[in-house]
Design a protein around this ligand. Structure first.
Ligand code: ATP
Ligand code: MG
Length: 562
């Protein structure tokens, strides 16, 4: 499962510079990083960036990356999420070896450390409510006010804290707070809460605990207990770093990891908050966490994005110190590049119209040879059946074509890919005037799609044989949201006001070439001229379903070349 580091040399960045210096100065001899998800939702593409970064550094420096569940809030957490996270990290191609941890495994030690802080006068039990604590905290310009309980003696605090643990007090009536500095210019240092009462069942520790440690307290200690060297997190934790360091300076922990912040990934047209994604799932706005429109790893996997493409994307965006928003097209570009290399080309017709070749023997079937992937000679060739009755794309015919139209029109000649040149002789319509059938002739000398006379045919169409092709459902996707940057949301509007009503369009009655009957779930193809598709999880031999992964059009690359 580990990725051999043969992809390409890593591009340096400020985090690598820090690590290089730490190794050069012998501050560290081995790099230990961690990826610390909270199991309260599925991972998304932002997490993928963090996974590629943390596991990538461990890989490149011959170190190790721990996978640690930050499971300190039992109310929102669930084993379903734990399992999905394990599967997603593995699928992305990373290996935590035997370094799988849970913050909940440290609950005993975290508790002991809290008693130690209490005994040293560095923590106290506070009876203020959450609301009152907020009121006492002050603002950036106004210093905080001391809690009336700040002066309690260590003995009194220890007694109350133990009784909190025993469940004697109701939720919200007491908390344990670090005793730091209510006048600190950093709000995080104004006596933050480190334990709260929560009479909730935990998915790992059951009903053992009635108090749970807060993230800021748990995280730094977990890092230290695991011997993490570089604790890499997103920018919003920059202001928490003094607190991270404060706890570790007070406590007898085995080491003091360095917290390093980088800018989180933001993508255009994408929400990247687990809370909002959960809302979409719970309300049924999408079909689930793995809906192909979701920016989750599970969604992207189902959509047909490969782990290689996602890793390439993470490499290309790099890491920076300043927040920015990445164009979704860049992700699609990486997906397309990867698929171009390895997806076999096949033919499918999205919106079929019948094409009959009147001078081709009825009932005859011919097998024509087609190259599977011009980018990969090893992909070989296959045989496609051809007959007198075909389907082509309705869009590929125009009875009154505009100037410069190279596709089919009355009297026009086009090439059928891998097959013959055909000329349209007659157009049949139903009572409503809708075209139902095109009657054509073919040039037998053009077998394979070219002629010895070298005459130029500009239009090349894809097709399937009516009798041999199989029906299929094609699902086409567009962005889930209509707004590129959620910072531009209008006042009073909610993110759900920007849902794209056309994000999914289901096409039934499509026809695909017979070789696709054998395709396995998840297998990826290029449907000539239509885009890249994969076999959806819903697909069965009786009812084939394909997802469009990306279109062929590459507007991102074109923009860059302008
Ligand atoms: P929340 O804490 O609100 O539930 P979260 O997205 O921070 O959501 P975590 O499970 O705490 O979720 O994240 C795990 C790791 O992934 C953290 O180290 C976090 O910094 C990182 N991460 C989360 N979102 C992004 C993002 N958009 N870009 C890069 N890294 C991210
Ligand atoms: Mg978080």
């Amino acid at each position: 499962m580990t990725i051999e580091n043969n992809e390409k040399p890593a591009v340096s960045n400020f985090i690598r510079t820090i690590i290089d210096n730490d190794l050069a100065s012998s501050k560290h001899t081995k790099v230990v990083t961690r990826f610390p998800p909270e199991p309260n939702g599925y991972l998304h593409i932002g997490h993928a960036k963090s996974i590629c970064l943390n596991f990538g550094l461990a890989r490149d420096y011959g170190g190790v990356c721990h996978l640690r569940f930050d499971d300190t809030n039992p109310i929102k957490e669930d084993v379903e999420y734990v399992d999905s996270i394990l599967a997603d990290v593995r699928w992305l191609g990373f290996d935590w070896q035997d370094k799988l941890f849970y913050a909940s495994d440290y609950f005993d030690r975290l508790y002991d450390f809290a008693e130690l802080l209490i005994m040293e006068g560095k923590a106290y039990v506070c009876d203020l409510s959450q609301e009152e604590i907020r009121e006492h905290r002050g603002t950036l310009t106004v210093p905080g006010k001391d809690s009336p309980y700040r002066g309690r003696t260590p003995a009194e605090n220890l007694d109350l804290f133990r009784r909190m643990r025993e469940g004697e007090f109701e939720e919200g009536t007491r908390s344990l707070r670090a005793r730091i500095d209510m006048a600190s210019p950093n709000l995080n240092m104004r006596d933050p809460v480190i334990y709260r009462i929560k009479k909730a069942e935990h998915h790992r520790t059951g009903d053992k605990w009635l108090i749970y440690p807060m993230y800021d307290y748990t995280h730094c200690i977990s890092d230290a207990l695991e011997g993490i060297t570089h604790s890499i997190c997103t920018l919003e934790f920059e202001d928490h770093r003094p607190l991270y360091d404060w706890f570790l300076d007070q406590l007898p922990v085995p080491c003091h990891p360095q917290q390093i912040e980088f800018a989180r990934l933001n993508l255009t047209y994408t929400v990247m908050s687990k809370r909002r994604l959960l809302e979409l799932v719970q309300k049924g706005t999408v079909r689930g966490w793995d809906d192909p429109r979701m920016p989750t790893i599970a969604g992207m996997r189902r959509r047909g994005f490969s782990p290689e493409a996602i890793r390439e994307f993470a490499d290309r965006i790099g890491v920076a110190k300043a927040n920015s928003i990445v164009d979704f097209e860049l992700l699609q570009f990486c997906v397309r590049e990867d698929l171009n290399r390895r997806a076999n080309r096949v033919m499918a017709v999205l919106d079929p119209i019948k094409l009959t070749i009147e001078d081709y023997p009825e009932g005859k079937t011919e097998l024509l040879e087609a190259e599977n992937n011009p980018e990969d000679p090893a992909a070989g060739k296959r045989q496609i059946p051809f007959s007198s009755t075909l389907y082509i794309e309705r869009d590929d015919f125009d009875e009154n074509p505009p100037k410069g139209w190279f596709r089919l029109a009355p009297g026009a000649e086009v090439r059928l890919k891998h097959a013959y040149y055909v000329t349209c002789k007659e157009v049949k319509k139903d009572a409503d005037g809708r075209v139902t059938e095109l009657i054509c002739t073919h040039d037998p000398a053009s077998r394979g799609g070219w002629t010895a006379d070298g005459r130029k045919i500009k239009g090349t169409l894809h097709w399937v044989s009516a009798e041999h092709s199989i029906p299929a459902e094609l699902r086409l996707y567009d962005q889930l949201f209509t707004i590129a940057d959620f910072n531009d949301m209008e006042e009073g509007k909610d993110f759900e006001d920007y849902l794209n009503p056309d994000s999914l369009s289901v096409k039934t009655g499509c026809r695909v070439e017979p070789s696709l009957a054998q395709a396995s779930r998840g297998e990826r193809f290029q449907f000539l001229r239509l885009g890249y598709f994969n076999v959806d999880d819903d697909s069965t031999p009786e009812h084939l379903v394909f997802n469009r992964i990306v279109t062929l059009k590459d507007s991102w690359a074109r923009q860059q070349n302008k």
